[in-house]
Design a protein around this ligand. Structure first.
Ligand code: FPP
Length: 232
């Protein structure tokens, strides 16, 4: 059982290329990507993964064309509307983490509502990172720590105490990070939290990454030897 990662995180990449390969608009790829979100959530819950987190929108993604941003936010809204029942039925808790101040008020309200409704879900927590970046997270944590503790209060703060100011407070660090589409970089994602995370890169574009591909990633993880800087 300890070979099942407790927390799997995914950088969902390649929606645009998937759509362009079919002669379609990039947003067509994002809509198709929602199906992979569903498939991987199911596969994760079935395998006994306790936390599945997904990088849905980065702080840098605000620089994309307005129409693409709009469609992505719409997809989030639709997903919340359409999937809340399924989440409840399956005991899945939803959390949305990131720079929430940049989101529309209507989306923030919908997020608050679904987070509250699913708060007692104990089978798995599904975390969506929205308007998130790793450097933003570390900086907001530092600011909050100073505001709360004052300069003297942070002098003796250890790593564990600091991590309580990150938006991921209370969520274990990812054991496994999957990135699709063949890119092999972290792109300002969970910088602090991925200190000892195992990385898995798949050549598949996100809309092609289904249950089977997710299970293969878990199998590969089970073969890894994690040493956390020590010798065995
Ligand atoms: C990366 O592909 C993907 C995104 C920036 C968005 C991912 C969003 C979804 C799958 C839909 C909404 C999510 C949820 C949780 C309901 P890209 O556009 O960077 O692809 P490219 O590298 O081929 O251009």
């Amino acid at each position: 059982m300890n070979r099942i990662p407790q927390h799997v995180s995914i950088i969902m990449d390649g929606n645009g290329r998937w759509a362009q390969a079919r002669g379609r608009e990039r947003v067509f790829g994002h809509a198709a990507g929602v199906e992979s979100v569903r498939a991987c959530s199911e596969a994760a819950a079935e395998a006994g993964v306790k936390y599945l987190s997904l990088y849905a929108f980065s702080e840098e993604n605000w620089n994309r064309p307005e129409s693409e941003i709009h469609r992505l936010m719409e997809l989030m809204m639709e997903a919340i509307r359409n999937e809340t029942k399924t989440l409840l039925k399956n005991g899945i808790r939803l959390r949305v983490l990131g720079n929430r101040a940049r989101l529309d008020e209507s989306l923030n309200r919908a997020i608050d509502a679904v987070e509250e409704e699913t708060a007692s879900g104990s089978r798995m927590t599904l975390v969506i990172f929205l308007s998130y970046s790793g450097k933003w997270d570390i900086l907001q944590a530092a600011r909050r720590a100073v505001a709360e503790r004052g300069a003297e209060g942070i002098a003796d703060m250890d790593q564990e105490a600091f991590s309580q100011y990150l938006v991921t407070a209370g969520i274990p660090d990812p054991d496994l990070l999957i990135r699709t589409s063949g890119e092999q970089r972290i792109s300002n994602y969970l910088l602090w939290q991925c200190a000892y995370t195992e990385f898995y890169f798949s050549p598949l574009l996100w809309p092609d990454f289904g249950k089977e591909a997710f299970r293969e990633a878990l199998e590969e993880y089970a073969r890894r030897d994690r040493r956390y800087g020590k010798v065995k």
